[in-house]
Design a protein around this ligand. Structure first.
Ligand code: NAD
Length: 477
């Protein structure tokens, strides 16, 4: 078993102040694969002090130099691709193929997009011709606490760390205690790229002690958090005590509106998208709204597609979905499937228990519920597992109303071959992102939500901007 108890603070790996061990469980095997330490408040103090000491110099380091270090990081991160993928597979159960492609790849793509965005970013510019001596400057917010979840770990870590570093912030990253190992490889890449001491620090830990100490720390200027809405609220309350800037990327309950004139692959594509990463994505299209005239056919197609989704050990190569991250999540999903049955939804694929022949590992059957109404628990709560709900609708207006009838507002999806209708509906959906007809948002597009899905945007110029303060300077010579 791997022993990884140290934290990365002020340019070196250091032992924790006090012993608080935590086992990382491989969800395919239900066995401990590593032991880490959970940081105490004293460790957090040390990491924040290092970030605070490094800030004045890093903030004034020319942006070209900061970008050059990120480009060096990118080369190293590329060379460590297999290490990152193996760690992700082991600790959170993404199948190797997915870990090598989208999981590792998201970190690579975001970092590349940030480099491009940083080169065209308006770091300093005059207010306008009418006030040529008034300069508008984007400067770093300061010391940032970055707290990330386990489901797309490299995606979320790169969206925060790289943007903060380019903006001139210093930081303490606390990855999820479920997925600390890939984050430690990320830290090794940052070290090898040659970032100055204290710019980037990493402590492992839980929410209750480590996260709490970080988000309430008097020397932290900004908290950037991705995770559950529940934790987002707790973090906001803690950070409010010293009025820190808070950026939140939280949960979602995306609608995928399939109109009768959608292309013939739309339903199957929606199922596969839902099952990707074993349904553990905040932007999963978990409510499929289908126009009445094609509803029965769509249910049949979706059930058949879900039945064909293979489930397997994440360490094995090939196209399948892996386990869910841990036992608590497995139990929560089983509970919600039972609730769906109890509330009268029609189970057409999957259901309770593990897939046939799989007695070990946190595996869930790819599940589809039909005849769901939007007031059922399975249509309202984020399930975070491979469970699709299908809801019929008659009119465009009804579809928009159902889609918007949720506390969340992260991503929605529209399937129709009528371009004018697609655009019209996209503009009415209350979410930070809309994807239509299987077309993803472009690399470097802003990522984030409305309502209880959070605030602020990550990625590209918007992601860099979030880690800056805007300063107006009059009388610029
Ligand atoms: P979680 O909220 O339990 O944990 C996320 C992180 O926050 C972990 O590092 C955890 O240790 C820490 N944390 C928990 N409570 C804390 C507290 N009180 N103070 C400080 N830190 C605390 O979420 P999770 O189970 O790891 O991730 C799944 C959730 O993340 C889902 O709800 C999902 O929708 C959401 N998510 C959102 C996005 C997005 O960009 N909007 C992306 C991925 C995941």
């Amino acid at each position: 078993m791997l022993e990884k108890r140290e934290f990365y603070i002020n340019g070196e790996w250091v032992a924790p102040a006090e012993a608080r061990d935590h086992e990382v469980i491989d969800p395919s095997k239900e066995e401990a694969c590593a032991v880490i330490s959970l940081a105490s408040a004293a460790d957090v103090d040390k990491a924040v002090a290092a970030a605070k000491a490094a800030f004045p110099d890093w903030m004034m380091t020319p942006v070209e130099e900061r970008i050059a270090l990120v480009e060096k990081f990118l080369e190293i991160y590329k060379a460590r691709a297999e290490d990152v993928a193996q760690a992700i597979t082991m600790e959170m159960g993404a199948p190797l193929d997915l870990a090598r492609s989208s999981q590792w790849g998201a970190g690579y793509a975001h970092t590349k997009a940030f480099v491009k965005a940083a080169k065209s970013f308006d770091w300093i510019k005059p207010l306008g011709d009418h006030a040529p001596d008034t300069m508008i400057v984007h400067e770093a917010v300061g010391v940032c606490a970055l707290i990330t979840p386990w489901n797309w770990p490299m995606n979320q870590i790169s969206l925060k760390v790289i943007a903060a570093a380019i903006a001139g912030c210093t930081m303490v990253l606390k990855p999820s205690e479920e997925s600390p190992l890939d984050a430690m490889i990320f830290a090794e890449c940052m070290h090898d790229a040659g970032f100055p001491k204290g710019v980037f620090n990493l402590v492992n830990g839980d929410g209750a002690v480590t996260g709490d100490a970080l988000t309430g720390h008097p020397d932290v200027d900004m908290v950037s958090f991705t995770g559950s809405t529940r934790a987002g609220i707790a973090i906001s309350q803690n950070a409010a005590k010293s009025l820190k800037k808070v950026h939140l990327e939280l949960g979602g309950k995306g609608a995928n509106i399939v109109f009768a004139d959608a292309d013939e692959k739309a339903v199957k594509r929606g199922v596969m998208h839902m099952m990707n990463n074993t349904g553990q994505s905040c932007n999963a299209p978990s409510r499929m709204l289908v126009q009445r005239e094609i509803y029965d056919q769509a249910v049949e197609t979706a059930a058949a597609a879900a039945d064909k989704v293979a489930v397997g050990d994440a360490h094995e190569e090939g196209r399948h979905i892996g386990p869910v991250v841990n036992e608590a999540q497995w139990n929560k999903i089983q509970g919600l499937i039972q609730t769906g049955i109890d509330e009268g939804a029609r189970l057409v694929a999957g259901g309770l228990g593990r897939p046939d022949g799989m007695n070990r590992g946190f595996f869930v059957k790819p599940t589809v519920f039909a005849d769901v109404t939007n007031d059922m628990t399975i249509a309202r709560e984020e399930i975070f597992g491979p469970v699709l709900t299908m809801i019929p609708f008659d009119t465009e207006e009804e579809a928009v109303n159902i889609a918007n009838d949720t506390v969340y507002g992260l991503t929605n999806y529209v399937q129709t071959q009528d371009g004018a209708k697609a655009n019209r509906v996209a503009l009415k959906l209350r979410s930070g992102m809309v994807e239509m007809n299987g077309q993803p948002r472009g690399a470097g597009a802003p990522f984030g939500g409305m309502k209880q899905s959070g605030n602020g945007r990550e990625g590209g110029v918007w992601g860099i901007e979030d880690f800056t303060e805007v300063k107006a300077i009059g009388g610029w010579a």
